[in-house]
Design a protein around this ligand. Structure first.
Ligand code: NDP
Length: 493
């Protein structure tokens, strides 16, 4: 028997396994009909007078009306943050600042079920993920940065760190609460105050977070939440009284922000898109690798900047890997995000679904071979089945552009050097995965891959102590770890 035959998987195709639905109750969430802006520690009516509904992507039902801030509202929020910075927050003892962060972390843990249900309702992600990943990690970020708040001089030895002032933070819709934590926790630990704009399709957990701020007795104005669309984001990053801009989102908007901020002296970090390679060598444990491929691309419906959206498989194991992958895909359950059995929830918005549909059509037109396991999609809401493309050329749009959906493109390679070349053949550089039995090969690959994060024999694993960020069109600056404090500090020495 040849090596290849030995590795071919002959297990039977699993028959459809019927689960009884196990929906998480939404009663734990109490929604207001209408939400205004959170400025200076209280909810204030928007001067713009504008409200828009936020919609449950799994049912297309409106959940609540949410204020859309105008330029004047943004100005009021920045002023509140400035006053809070000048009038105490920057001067309180660092150990006191830590106390607030610890409180926030503990309250998030206590209320995590409420937050997880709300996150899934507003954003469409499976409750299994919001409950087991987003919320625990969000709390962990506050715990982690609480620990640094009174140890900054140890984080930066022989330097004198000082806060910058007001941080303007614009976050996307794919990890609303987690991105809030990634941004707010280091900013506060470093002694800054914050104005944060959530995405207009997922504002509700940021608004519930205002309640946590009050419960934790965080002084008014230290964190301000201005909801709205891209106009509010654009006004916020351009406001002259902002000292630091942190953005996560599309490369296109990131470039626009970089142009707007250039020459103003504001510090900037950009965490943008990606087109990560998940690289499988022939000595990898294949069943584990297939789980890693599934997690890499179907986690959060593939709406993940670091998603392993390009699978690079060593040629000698191409057939068994693709066969195992297709079989595993057939077991994924697509449907109600609040059902605890669901693996793939709803796509966040109609626009995102249209973008995925358009790119998948382009893949078929360009000549790639599509596979989608048979699955019943809910009649209402925005859903897309798990999809894999084989026969993909590197020049195809599906191999070059960020799809931000549950769509995987498979390419092959023969040698480690070819794997590196193909993996780096992208405008992005956020993350990569390497699956192999050899530690030396992992290190060899990691040194050569132009990616901010390289996972070895795992994928999409996050830890607050570990820095995250990109190269090239994936942005610059790091979030997480000690590195994540630096963008929020200036140094007197
Ligand atoms: P955007 O970059 O438009 O959105 C990210 C955030 O920026 C949102 O809060 C958005 O507000 C805000 N925003 C929009 N325009 C501006 C502006 N001119 N100035 C300042 N802030 C602005 O991403 P999209 O939601 O349009 O998604 C498009 C694509 O971007 C996705 O398909 C995906 O490929 C990529 N993306 C990458 C993410 C990542 O994590 N790296 C996250 C999200 C998207 P609002 O949403 O309210 O309009």
């Amino acid at each position: 028997m040849t090596d290849l035959e030995k590795r071919q998987d002959r297990s039977p195709v699993p028959s459809a396994f019927e689960y009884a639905s196990a929906p998480e109750s939404r009663d734990i969430v109490r929604l207001e009909e209408r939400y205004s802006l959170f400025v200076g520690g209280e909810f204030v009516e928007p001067r713009s007078g504008e409200f828009q509904p936020t919609v449950n992507p799994a049912t297309e039902e409106p959940l609540a009306e949410v204020a859309f801030a105008g330029e004047e509202d943004v100005g009021v929020a920045v002023q509140a943050a400035r006053e809070a910075f000048e009038n105490g927050w920057s001067a309180i003892r660092p150990a006191e600042r830590a106390k607030y962060l610890f409180r926030i972390a503990r309250i998030l843990q206590e209320r995590s079920r409420e937050f997880a249900v709300l996150e899934s309702l507003d954003g469409g992600k499976p409750i299994r993920e919001s409950r087991d990943v987003d919320l625990p990690l969000a709390a962990a970020h506050f715990f982690y940065y609480a620990g640094w708040a009174d140890k900054l001089e140890y984080a930066f030895v022989n330097r004198i760190p000082r806060p910058l002032g007001v941080a303007a933070q614009v976050i996307p819709w794919n990890f609303p609460m987690l991105m809030l934590a990634w941004k707010v926790a280091p900013a506060l630990a470093a002694g800054n105050t914050v104005v944060l704009k959530p995405a207009h399709t997922t504002p509700l957990t940021a608004l519930l977070f205002c309640d946590v701020l009050r419960q934790a007795e965080v002084p008014p104005g230290v964190v301000n939440i201005v909801t709205g669309d891209g106009r509010a984001g654009a006004a916020l990053v351009r406001h002259p009284d902002v000292d630091k801009v942190a953005f996560t989102g599309s490369t296109e908007v990131g470039k626009d922000i970089q142009r707007a901020v250039a020459g103003t002296g504001k510090k900037l970090t950009l965490e943008l898109g990606g087109k990560a390679a998940n690289i499988i060598f022939d000595d990898a444990p294949l069943d584990q690798a297939v789980e890693g491929i599934i997690n890499g691309i179907y986690f959060n419906q593939g709406q993940v900047c670091c998603a392993g959206s390009r699978l690079l498989v060593q040629e000698s194991i191409y057939e068994p890997v693709v066969a195992k992958l297709k079989r595993r895909m057939a077991t994924l359950r697509v449907g109600d995000p609040l059902d605890k059995n669901t693996d793939i929830g709803a796509i966040n918005s109609r626009e995102q679904l249209d973008k995925i549909t358009e790119l998948v059509a382009a893949g078929e037109e360009e000549g790639a071979e599509i596979f989608q396991p048979p699955c019943r999609l809910p009649e209402r809401g925005w859903f897309f089945p798990p999809t894999v493309f084989t026969n993909v050329a590197q020049s195809y749009r599906i191999a070059q552009e960020e799809i931000f959906g549950p769509v995987l493109s498979v390419l092959t390679f023969r040698t480690p050097a070819e794997a590196v070349e193909k993996a780096n053949n992208t405008a992005y550089g956020l993350s990569a995965g390497v699956w192999t039995d050899k530690g030396s090969r992992i290190l060899w690959m990691a040194e050569r891959l132009r990616a901010g994060v390289v996972w070895a024999n795992t994928y999409n694993r996050f830890d607050p102590a570990s820095p995250f960020g990109g190269y090239k069109e994936s942005g610059f600056g790091r979030e997480g770890g000690r590195h994540g404090l630096e963008p929020y500090l200036r140094f007197e020495r």
